[in-house]
Design a protein around this ligand. Structure first.
Ligand code: PGA
Length: 273
C-alpha cells in the first residue's frame, strides 16, 4: 500500500472502525510444522526471485521453525541470502543487545549466526534516547520501502498486536517507543529467567510501516491465537485490534495451524493444506 492511501484511512474514524477492503487469503495447515514449511518456502522463493529482497522479520516462538528451515536451505545451497536486507519488527527498550532476551540475540541465535545477509537491522534497545532511535530507524526503513515481504506474528490473547503495536495503535503509526500491553508482558515474561526483568516498553515498527510492504504473511499457531485471529478477520477494522488493519492491504496471507484457525471453519477465503 502507498503511504498516501494509509494516511487517508487515518483521517477516518478508526475507533468506530474502517470498512474492510480485502479478505486476506487464509490457509489452515494440518500441523505447526507445515506452517513452518510454508513460511520458509515463501521467504526462500522471494529471495530466489530477487536476491536483494528486503524483508521485515518477526521474533517469538512462532517463527523458530521457519528460521531453522531457512538456515538448512542455506546450508544445502538452495538459497543465498548474502544480498538480502532485513528489518526486524521490534525490540525491547531498554535492552542490552547481548542479553539473551533481546531480539538482537534471538536473531543471532536463530538466523544470523548461521546465515550472512547484506544488512540486518533491529531497533537499538541500548539507545540512550529511544525517541531519537525511533526516528533513526524510521529514516533507514523508509529508504528501503516498499519492503518486498513482511512476515509477522500476532500477539497473545486479546491483544491482536502486530510487532508491538498494541491496542490503540493508529493505522498511520510509524516507528516509535511504546508501552507494552499487560497481556503481552504476562505472556512474554515467561521467557525471562526472572519474569520481573521484562521491560515495560519497546521500539516497534508502526502499522503504516507494515502496510507499506508489497506482501504480508501472518503466522499463528496454537489455541492461544485463535481468538485474536478470528477478531482480526471478522471484527471491525480498528485500532482496538491492530491486526485487523491487515484487511486494508491487497496481498495478505494468514498461515495458521488448525488450533489458531479453530474459529475459521466457515470463513469465506479459507483453504486447507
Ligand atoms: P509468539 O509471539 O510467536 O511468541 O507467540 C508473537 C507476537 O507476540 O507477536
Amino acid at each position: 500500500m502507498k503511504r498516501a492511501e494509509i494516511l487517508q484511512y487515518a483521517n477516518q474514524d478508526q475507533h468506530e472502525g474502517l470498512s474492510p477492503k480485502y479478505d486476506p487469503e487464509v490457509i489452515i495447515f494440518k500441523t505447526p510444522q507445515t506452517v513452518d514449511d510454508y513460511a520458509a518456502t515463501q521467504a526462500i522463493e522471494q529471495i530466489q526471485a530477487d536476491p536483494s529482497s528486503v524483508l521485515i522479520l518477526p521474533t517469538g516462538n512462532t517463527p523458530v521453525g521457519m528460521y531453522q528451515r531457512i538456515v538448512r536451505s542455506h546450508r544445502y545451497g538452495i538459497v543465498d541470502l548474502s544480498q538480502a536486507i532485513t528489518f526486524n519488527l521490534d525490540e525491547y527498550h531498554p535492552m542490552p543487545k547481548a542479553d539473551l532476551n533481546s531480539y538482537a540475540s534471538y536473531m543471532r541465535r536463530n538466523l544470523f549466526d548461521h546465515v550472512s545477509v547484506s544488512a540486518w537491522n533491529i531497533p537499538d534497545g541500548e539507545a540512550p534516547d529511544p525517541e531519537a532511535e525511533a526516528g533513526r530507524f524510521q529514516q533507514l526503513l523508509d529508504r528501503f520501502q516498499p519492503v518486498d515481504l513482511a512476515i509477522l506474528g500476532i500477539g497473545p490473547g486479546t491483544t491482536c498486536h502486530l510487532g508491538f503495536n498494541e491496542k490503540g495503535s493508529p493505522v498511520d503509526s510509524g516507528v516509535r517507543h511504546v508501552a507494552l500491553d499487560p497481556q503481552t508482558i504476562a505472556e512474554n515474561s515467561k521467557l525471562f529467567d526472572n519474569p520481573e526483568e521484562i521491560p515495560g516498553a519497546a521500539l516497534t515498527l508502526g502499522i503504516a510501516d507494515i502496510l507499506q510492504a508489497k506482501r504480508i504473511i501472518l503466522l499463528a499457531k496454537g489455541r492461544s491465537k485463535a481468538w485474536g485471529i478470528n477478531r482480526a478477520l471478522r471484527g471491525s477494522v480498528s485500532s482496538e485490534a491492530p491486526a485487523s488493519f491487515l484487511r486494508l492491504h491487497p496481498n495478505v496471507t494468514f498461515a495458521l495451524d488448525q488450533d489458531a484457525g479453530e474459529y475459521l471453519r466457515h470463513f469465506k477465503s479459507t483453504t486447507y493444506k
